[in-house]
Design a protein around this ligand. Sequence first.
Ligand SMILES: Cc1cc2nc3c(=O)[nH]c(=O)nc-3n(C[C@H](O)[C@H](O)[C@H](O)COP(=O)(O)OP(=O)(O)OC[C@H]3O[C@@H](n4cnc5c(N)ncnc54)[C@H](O)[C@@H]3O)c2cc1C
Length: 537
Amino acid sequence: MTKGPYDLLVIGSGAAGLAVALGLLAQRPHARVAVLSKNDLSEGSTRYAQGGIAAVLDAADSTEDHIADTLNAGAGICVPQTVRHVVEHAREAIDWLVDNGVVFDREGPGLHLTREGGHSHRRVVHSADATGKAVQTSLEARLRESKAELFEDHNAIDLIREKLPRGQQGRVVGAYALDRRNGRVHRFPARSVVLATGGASRVYLYSSNPDGSTGDGIAMAWRAGCRVSNMEFSQFHPTCLYHPKAKSFLVTEAVRGEGGLLLRPDGTRFMDEYDVRAELAPRDIVARAIDDVMKRLGCECVYLDISHKPAEFITSHFPTVHAEALKFGIDMTKEPLPVVPAAHYTCGGVLTDLAGRTDVENLYAVGEVAFTGLHGANRMASNSLLECLVLGAGAARDIAAKMDTIAAAPALAPWDETGVTDSDEEVVVAHNWDELRRFMWDYVGIVRSTKRLERAKHRVRLLLEEIAEYYGSFRVTNDLLELRNIAMVADLIIRSALARRESRGLHYTIDFPTLDSVAPPQNTILVPKNFSIRRLT
Ligand SMILES: Cc1cc2nc3c(=O)[nH]c(=O)nc-3n(C[C@H](O)[C@H](O)[C@H](O)COP(=O)(O)OP(=O)(O)OC[C@H]3O[C@@H](n4cnc5c(N)ncnc54)[C@H](O)[C@@H]3O)c2cc1C
């Protein structure tokens, strides 16, 4: 069935997708806008963001300092123009959120600012320890009041490009999406399409992200002919609660900040053997140390113990963590929390310019799906929501300015289901999901080696072949679509990791353990076979 046609199709309803959709409707109230989300509208990483959003609002702070801190975290490969652009538009982004009903914590006449790792000043605007929820709830409410058409439980499968003579492909003209409630595939023709599908951290066995972070937008863009960059830089958070049912619960770094100790299963401390700052070392160092202990001992987790502090201190400082752990029968006032590092943020993604434009005409990518050059080799805390908002506003401006000049999308070919049947082998999909995420964790995780990467490359190639065969034979399901995408993204991560012959930022390999001080620092840009040159501004 064909929906629309639309002026704008937004795939994803987190901070990035909401910023573009609301931004366009504010400039073009009569535009026909569709917003797709794979689950319900609020189920993206945005809702789970805890800390806040970075912005220079304090008189003692400066944009130059925010820029310097971001460049420093990015370990030499941030794109300086992008960093400046995002930082300079931060105040505007916060004002926009406030105008759209987001309530932040206040102090006196202004907003309360906290400080986080890597920031040289207090500059993190927040709404208690649930900033993402405040942003998601308010923007979503605005979207529901608008005339945008919302399609929840719709999993976008692939982008559609206009067919040109001699087999060439032109601009993007829409997308196919699976309605998860009834298994039907619909066509969504649109003048412009925005990928706002979030990151790919679910490619790893342990992740702080919700289930849907399977890199769908990166995989769709790659298949459509877009370049992707810096996929080797996956950020791992050191401490996620380890329990079969606590799927992605993050234990805030403040637990270590307030005296929590990391312990081996036998109760001995280890962080002081890895760094003089012990438990207070930066995120990537703590994550690497935990990974090393787990690999050496073959244990499933380590422990984070703050039970030596008074119970009242723990419950008043960490009410959310305490309540969540109690749900699984763990009382952190009396016993240590079992923790593992977890994939947290995808620094790489679809290459875009400062208006979110990709290599394919009228196709945009905004938010964690995109690579803008802001994060370089390591993302600084609280810069990612900011990127969603600033780049989202820029994309909305560009789309609004061009809208009248773009011809309506042509009629789209129906989804082809000839020769496919319902699968009677769902076990294959479940098994491959598990195998892929496990070998990505073991071979392409926090500490890498060329041998392990080569091993993973071989395994992922086999899986990609098997998945392609399965995809060609059976009707699509949500699990199959996600598996196809995480396998493709895994391949991109492995190729990028093999291409970087040094350790930089989040990419650490024992075969090249230091920075390459000879070759100039570079981003890792991968080019798809069907790439045709279109100059990004
Ligand atoms: C636990 C946690 C804490 C964090 N804390 C912070 C913080 O304090 N500050 C900060 O700046 N950042 C933080 N981050 C990172 C930040 O939350 C994310 O980078 C940001 O929210 C990404 O927003 P997004 O709009 O790009 O994607 P998301 O919010 O992840 O939204 C993705 C959307 O795309 C949809 N989607 C995906 N695939 C498809 C498909 N195939 N078809 C249709 N729809 C699809 C999803 O349904 C969802 O609506 C945190 C992340 C996590 C997980």
